[in-house]
Ligand binder design. Sequence first.
Ligand code: ADP
Length: 437
Amino acid sequence: MSKFISDFIESLKNYGRTPQIFAWLTVLILLTALFVINAFFLPLLLLILTAIILLGTIFLVMQSQIKLARLSVESSFKIKELNVLIDDLKDGVLVYDNNFKVISFNRTAENIFGLKAADLLGKNLEPKLIKEPRLKTLIQAVFPSLAPTVAQLSEGEWPEVVDISLEDPSLKLRTTLNRIADDRGKTVGFLKVFHDQTREENILQSKSEFIAIAAHQLRTPLTAIHWAFENLNQTETKPEAKETINEGLKLAERSLKIVNDLLDAAKIEEGRFGYHFEEMDLGEFVKQILEQLKSVAEEYHIKLYFSSEKNYKVRIDAEKLNIALSNLIDNAIKYNTKNGNVTVSLTELRDKPGVRIGVEDTGVGIPPEELKKLFMKFYRGTNITQIEPNGSGLGLYITKNIIEQHGGEIGVESILGRGSTFWFTLPLNQSATALNE
Ligand code: ADP
């Protein structure tokens, strides 16, 4: 009984103002009134029985109403908490139902689109609203097909990630669309997050421009230094001086490579890396590159091998593909072990008309968790920075870009401590495939 009373007092204290407790108090008053009326008409035994039933009923109703009141107070608190959280997010958030009726529009979204939530809530968004100047950017962000520039980043799965660029005002947004499902998995609405990357992209662009200008300025004096060392190398005969000159020449070559990598990466980003394709014999092309790299291989005590099933004719930009393949072979030499091997092999693809160019080494290998990151700009493996401190981390990024521009794919397989095989494919025009067939 004391628990009953303490629960009663507690419930009044915490949830006294909720409709559930109000309903329970009404039931209490009605049942008490019923009991008082009964007291005039019923004999004592029946009256006691009625009192017990009524008390039981009051208790049960109280229990369930307190539970309901607690749930309702908690869920309304959670909703408020969620609203505060969504409002404080640095990304814009828009929630709408299956009919594109706006349910929620947070403060950041208000700032991005220059609109007020109060004007949008309950409004149905539809493509034709693009004609209303103040709604134009929001409509383009909700229906990306209406935006001037769109890049789909996800592939047919949730969440759907799309980068869009808008004009007037100039905005670069990454939009992430997720569906909201009910307990049975039925879609009841959508939540779209807008990440404003206008500032980040502008900073990135000025950074790239700065790097490109700096690299450009460095290239002229570096070329002169390289040329001076080359001259000295040919004229100087004293062995002590020759060693220093050779060291200088090597460093000048490496520095020039880094500067050229930086310039190529900048050109790729600006879309200025033009291509001129011509038909060539792939085997001859590879042999020429191996010849160019012979002196580097000797310096590192590496043997170079070449194997090919037959001759292949390919359409390539020889200058660009030279950069790509030289990068792969150069890496295979640099990241090898002393007296190691590098084998370049050409094999025909079985599943489609194409040729696979493999560059296999017996070197240090690559940690498995880093394999996916190698083709990213500026990435250098954790296991090689001590072996070869000089490097830009741009070679593979440039190589991948060149291979893809040739319609090929690039990949790598590696065993740490045993060696790596970098490979890429080039499409073959079937009618022009084999020269010696
Ligand atoms: P860099 O050689 O200037 O560091 P790259 O883009 O050419 O830049 O290579 C990126 C990274 O990939 C290297 O730093 C190295 O960690 C790894 N890598 C590339 N080729 C090999 C290889 N043949 N063996 C082991 N690691 C390699």
